[in-house]
Design a protein around this ligand. Structure first.
Ligand code: IVH
Length: 668
């Protein structure tokens, strides 16, 4: 290929890729598949590999890969990046409006046109474009001098490397905006950091700042950052008369721009927007800490001018803060619907974001340990929307030495049964604990457990609320009269439910174990236990050591089983079930059709996920492999099978469809 031809192709590819980047990252509306996109990228990389002299710094291939640096160079902003005057309530917002009118010599009855937009809680940043190409990015710094973060900002996909080809492209443009991290991404990042033993960030803002200000841009590249534009610095070769128009132009040039934003006639419309946004702030993917109110006309910006620190044409109307400090006076334990026991901090009451808070969640005992929180500690708490407030951190400077540690619960505070650790949580082992009975019934009756059709969450709730079912076994003693007394039940539906309950009395051992909701025993463990032990009686009598010796059974599961049977109420419940005529279909060990068989799945299954299917096979003593070879015993063929299906046919390996698979594993 000739150089000119390569250059033409490369240009075309870059343009296409930039456009698809924009569709994907800015508009969230891709028009090609990921594979097609990867294909374009691959072709561009190949061409640039052949013609390295054609690589430019704004090529989409150059977003990542810049080497780490020694420190940040400084950038002097051509127009200082000022801060904003604050307002903390509606009165102060109205005062801003009155002040502005006085300054402009308007009557108080006149209406000023404003633009209201969210105040994003991130890190402000300026990105410069020369002739439509990304050239420099800097942080706000002290407002006059910032840091050069060009290679880092390049990794943010919502920052265009080239301005979108519209009509006019300014010869020079400085775009200002906020570097942000979505709340969900922030939580995911923190989980990853914790898992790797690194320090988590306190909030999305710090996470965004810490990720952007990395000397190694390759670290920034791995962080899910976003850029939302809210204004401009210097603009050459293009003009607009209002802030609103400026934002629309930025949108046309390919930026993600403050949303939702509104043009408001007069301050009352601004206040309406402010109230709505404050009410809905938790529906946003990003942290918002207020509304920025800007006079719309740029001519008025000129007239109003700036003070030393902030422009007179803008105001940050802050939302009520939702973090406060207070003291933990005690800890109580709360039992959730699944029997999870969570520690709750009892607080000296404080007002946070308009409500008085006297309790805050500590989530779980791993969290208690991570926060190193003690009774008597002064803590920072945070309220987010409707969820109950949480403890964010301990103010350790305020410790007196008289604080008391928080111990994990030994017993369920509701029913007094043993508490067993399940992951980061403690759970009540009593299947019929009042706190979790509704969930227990729902789980017991679910399709993959006892499969009692017609016994869903709503019926379970009614049965428990009305005191008809007080322990799980009572399901098998329900009468027609009792069911008919429930709203929504007629003769036919009541009879149907009784029949479904009757039909459930012949479960396999694995299903029954799973249905009992033993701590740390899911479907897979239930199958392993059933296969190794063979009878319920053996499970009841097995020792901790024996359990731990079973392949696939870990110490937490083993302890779950032991504590389950230590609880007399559980043994009684099961006994009463047997008395009602429930008989477990005892499976003899080693009779599993999949014992020591290698199974491969291809295509999608409609009744379960791959992971669930894998668990089933493993529970029956088989292994799942990803590729078909001569060692494969069985290929399960789902919807739209891949090449594995052909390979199985070539090798003459047995294939079955999903229905046959379900029958084989006893799920049909
Ligand atoms: S306009 C002269 N608009 O808030 C400053 N700022 O407290 C004009 N911010 O440094 C700023 N969202 O980092 C503006 N929609 C928005 C904003 C916004 C967040 C930040 C920005 C600024 C800080 C001022």
């Amino acid at each position: 290929m000739k150089l000119e031809e390569a250059e033409r192709l490369i240009e075309k590819l870059r343009e296409e890729i930039n456009y698809h980047n924009y569709r994907y990252y800015v508009l969230n509306a891709p028009v090609i598949s990921d594979e097609e996109y990867d294909g374009l990228m691959r072709r561009l990389m190949e061409l640039e590999g052949q013609f390295p002299e054609l690589i430019t710094p704004d090529s989409p291939t150059q977003r990542v890969g810049a080497p780490p640096r020694e420190g940040f160079a400084t950038v002097t902003h051509s127009i200082p990046m000022l801060s904003l005057q604050d307002a903390r309530n509606e009165e102060e917002i109205r005062e801003f409006d009155a002040r502005t009118k006085r300054f402009l010599g308007l009557n108080q009855g006149d209406l000023i046109e404003y633009v209201a937009e969210p105040k994003f809680d991130g890190l402000s940043c300026e990105v410069a474009y020369r002739n439509g190409r990304f050239s420099l990015a800097s942080t706000r710094g002290d407002g006059v001098v910032g840091e050069d973060v060009t290679p880092n900002v390049k990794t943010i996909r919502t920052v265009p490397m080239r301005l979108l080809n519209g009509k006019d492209i300014p010869s020079y443009l400085e775009v200002r905006g906020e570097v942000l991290m979505r709340r969900a991404d922030f939580e995911r990042l923190n989980r990853d950091l914790l898992r790797r033993g690194e320090k988590p960030f306190a909030n999305p803002r710090n996470a965004a700042a810490g990720s952007l200000r990395q000397l190694d841009p390759n670290i920034t590249a791995q962080r899910p950052l976003d850029f939302v534009a809210w204004g401009v610095g210097i603009v050459e070769g293009m003009e607009f008369k209002s802030h609103w128009k400026g934002l629309s132009v930025l949108e046309e040039l390919g930026f993600k721009v403050s949303q939702p934003r509104r043009q408001c006639h007069g301050i009352e419309e601004v206040l309406a927007f402010y109230r709505t946004l404050e009410r809905e702030r938790d529906d946003f993917q990003y942290e918002l800490d207020g509304v920025v109110i800007k006079v719309n006309s740029l001519e008025l910006w000129e007239k109003l001018g700036t003070t030393a620190r902030s422009p007179r044409w803008a105001l940050a109307a802050k939302f009520k803060p939702r973090q406060k400090t207070t003291r933990i006076v005690d800890v109580s334990y709360n039992v959730g619907r699944t029997g999870t026991i969570t520690p709750v901090a009892i607080l000296e009451p404080v007002e946070v974001g308009g409500v008085t808070v006297s309790r805050a969640s500590l989530h779980n005992f791993d969290e208690v340990e991570r926060l190193d929180v003690r009774i008597g500690d002064t803590v920072l708490i945070q309220r987010a929307g409707d969820v109950i407030p949480e403890v964010v951190m301990v103010i350790k400077d305020k410790r007196t030495g008289r604080e008391k540690g928080i111990s994990s619960p030994e017993r369920c505070p509701v029913c007094g049964a043993q508490a067993v650790k399940e992951g980061a949580y403690y759970k009540c082992v009593n299947v019929s604990c009042p706190a979790k009975l509704v969930q227990a019934i729902k789980h017991f009756a679910s399709r993959r457990a006892m499969d009692i059709e017609g016994l869903g969450g709503k019926t379970a709730e009614l049965l428990v609320e009305r005191g008809i079912v007080r322990d799980l076994a009572q399901i098998y003693y329900l009468t027609l009269e009792e069911l008919l007394s429930l709203p929504g039940f007629a003769m036919k539906s009541a009879q149907n439910l009784l029949e479904a309950i009757e039909r459930s009395k012949r479960p396999t051992l694995a299903r029954f174990i799973y249905a009992m909701g033993i701590p740390n025993v899911g479907e897979y463990n239930a199958q392993v236990l059933a296969r190794y032990l063979g009878t319920w009686k053996r499970l009841e009598e097995v020792s901790l050591e024996e359990l731990m010796a079973i392949r696939g059974i870990g110490p937490e599961t083993a302890r779950g089983v032991i504590s389950f049977f230590q609880e007399k109420r559980n043994r009684n419940t099961v006994e009463r079930m047997f008395k009602s005529g429930l008989i477990i279909q005892e499976e003899r060990r080693g009779e599993s059709p999949l014992l020591d068989k290698t199974v491969v799945f291809t295509g999608a299954l409609s009744s379960m996920s791959r992971d669930e299917a894998k668990a089933l096979v493993e529970g029956l003593g088989g292994t799942v492999s990803n590729s078909v070879s001569r060692k494969t015993d069985l290929v399960v063929v789902g919807e739209n099978p891949g090449s594995k299906y052909q390979r199985a046919q070539q090798l003459g390996i047995k294939t079955i469809d999903e229905g046959e698979f379900l029958r084989l594993v006893g799920k049909a």
